[in-house]
Design a protein around this ligand. Sequence first.
Ligand code: ZN
Ligand code: ZN
Length: 334
Amino acid sequence: MVLRENKRGLYCPDGDFFIDPWQPVPRALITHAHGDHARPGSDAYLCTPGTAALLRRRLGPDTVIQTIAYGERRRFSAIDVSFHPAGHVLGSAQIRLEGSGGVWVVAGDYKRAGDPTCAPFEPIRCDTFITESTFGLPIYRWDDTGVIMQDILAWWSANREAGKTSVIFCYTLGKAQRLLAELGRLTDRRVFVHGMMPGMIDAYREAGIDLPAVTPVIEKAGGARKVSFAGELVLAPLSARGTPWMRRLGTLSDAFASGLMRVRGVRRQRAYDRGFVISDHADWPALLQTISETGARRVLATHGHAESLARHLRTLGLDTGTIRTAWEGEPSGD
Ligand SMILES: [Zn+2]
Ligand SMILES: [Zn+2]
């Protein structure tokens, strides 16, 4: 076994490192900067330059971070390590390990849909593939991103005509930047963002990703003339929903941009006015296509619907298993 689980995460004994560990470890190889993959407290981190730009902001400037370019090889004892694009968010990588136990690839989170803010996923041949399964059920199928963007523009226009503010809740790392880049291709209209958003947007820009200008919705000093956001579009983190910050936005229509919005029951339960099904994870067909392209004989599923995916793969004659995750919350960047 090139990798095995222990209480701190996925450990590679022959290379003496962990991948996306749940607890602090001496050496952590990190697939991407989302909080359920990159936890604080490890002595040293290895990741791509894009992930490093985001990690420094999340974990602080004193964090020891070494970088490795996509495709570059590095040796840890008996293991050859390389990172390859995962298409999930800026800097996201699959980690390929080669040793006496064969070739293993840890995909981290990934998607196959195009994304102007990160390098596209590259299928890597391997013996054992560790795949995410966040949306590992046949109901999860994504429409073309262009169709969703037109839906967003039409909804924004209708709200503008009704004098309402349009608010899209989305993840601060990944989804927000992808939406901005896609909007920038379609409209010159200014987009507003919650005050928690500019940090990660700036990190993307520093990493060379071209994003349209945004205007933060900030607290005006007392006595300043009240700004109206009627007709405007605002991107906000989920944590802002229901907070007093929302009041300044006036009459609004709200939406959630996530693969979770594929499920009607979830839409109803969360009571958003609209759900835009746009995800940074692979949908069911993309999971199956990707697994097939790796040529792997053994597939281990983790995150979300791991059992469902593993059961299906078993019917295709693959050797399968699941890997638990210590993460109990919702997947980030869904
Ligand atoms: Zn992620
Ligand atoms: Zn994840």
